[in-house]
Design a protein around this ligand. Structure first.
Ligand code: G3H
Ligand code: ZN
Length: 287
């Protein structure tokens, strides 16, 4: 059942668990996420980035998610991840997305507020909630040493002193925070700034979103949920699992030419990642 994210996140915060927001860019990954959510009786957010939309096509990604969501009884949200412009947000809303994100984190505060508010006003007129980013989470480059890159990102963490103005003036529904994670990290090395998360929770009163969470261990994740995080984004772990499984199948059967025999095990590998995250986030059984 397709639904919006607003009530789900508020319920998660009250129940002290987090909803996994899993990135998808093809049919197998969407099916893996929705099937696992149904098996785990967990609410779930499927998110498509602008890159995923460029790859799969907006109509295709929307149709696949709507089709899978209609088969299950658990709540499924279709969310735009890191929408970098107003137009992309409008296109996703018109296409049927039930949750949006405007990421103006690289702009100065005033400009981030101005552009975010424009998206919020448009989305709220249609009853769709908006997430936005303050501070910068950053992305690991191919040559970066993960520990060093995370250390460098510390100066770009979300500043509590800017959070009140940003959230009040923009009118957003949830806040993506930079608190010690980085996108694209394949090792569990993130050390989260828990007091900063608590401050952001108290100052904003909003559901907080942890991006770059593939690099966070279960222990860090639990501490973050305890401090107010109720949406947790996972992309890299899914990519890793999907691609490793394909590589493994092809290494065992180099002559295989049937895509279903290669993609099938990859889908199963994604299901196990999603199941593990739902259990770590405490959302299993919460649908
Ligand atoms: O927006 C997407 C997530 O923040 C992805 O984070 O690269 O750690 O999986 P990840
Ligand atoms: Zn992210």
């Amino acid at each position: 059942m397709l639904t919006t994210s607003k009530e789900l996140l508020l319920k998660a915060r009250a129940g002290r668990y987090a909803i996994g927001a899993f990135n998808a860019n093809n049919m197998e990954i969407v099916q893996a996420i929705v099937e696992t959510a149904e098996e785990e009786k967990s609410p779930v957010i499927i998110q498509a980035s602008q890159g995923a939309i460029k790859y799969a096509g907006l109509d295709a990604i929307t149709a696949i998610v709507k089709n899978e969501a209609a088969k299950v009884s658990i709540p499924v949200v279709l969310h735009l991840d890191h929408g970098h412009d107003f137009e992309q947000n409008v296109k996703c809303l018109r296409s049927g997305f039930t949750s949006l994100m405007f990421d103006g984190s690289t702009f100065p505060l005033d400009e981030n507020i101005r552009q975010t508010k424009r998206v919020v006003d448009m989305a709220h007129a249609c009853g769709i909630p908006v997430e936005a980013e303050l501070g910068q989470i950053g992305t690991l480059g191919t040559t970066d040493e993960p520990g060093v890159a995370i250390e460098k990102m510390k100066e770009l963490m979300t500043k509590p002193e800017e959070a009140k103005e940003f959230t009040q003036k923009s009118g957003i529904d949830s806040l993506a925070i930079a608190v010690g994670t980085i996108h694209g990290c394949q090792e569990e090395i993130a050390k989260l700034d828990i007091p900063r998360i608590e401050k952001l929770r108290d100052i904003t009163g909003l559901p907080l979103v942890l991006h770059g969470a593939s690099g966070a261990s279960d222990i860090e994740v639990k501490k973050a949920i305890g401090a107010g995080v109720c949406k947790i984004n996972i992309d890299t772990r899914i990519r890793q699992a999907f691609t490793h499984a394909m590589r493994e199948t092809l290494a065992k059967n180099p002559e295989e030419i049937d895509p279903r025999k290669v993609l099938g095990p990859a889908k199963l590998a994604v299901k196990e990642v999603v199941r593990g995250r739902m259990r770590a986030f405490g959302s299993s059984g919460k649908a």
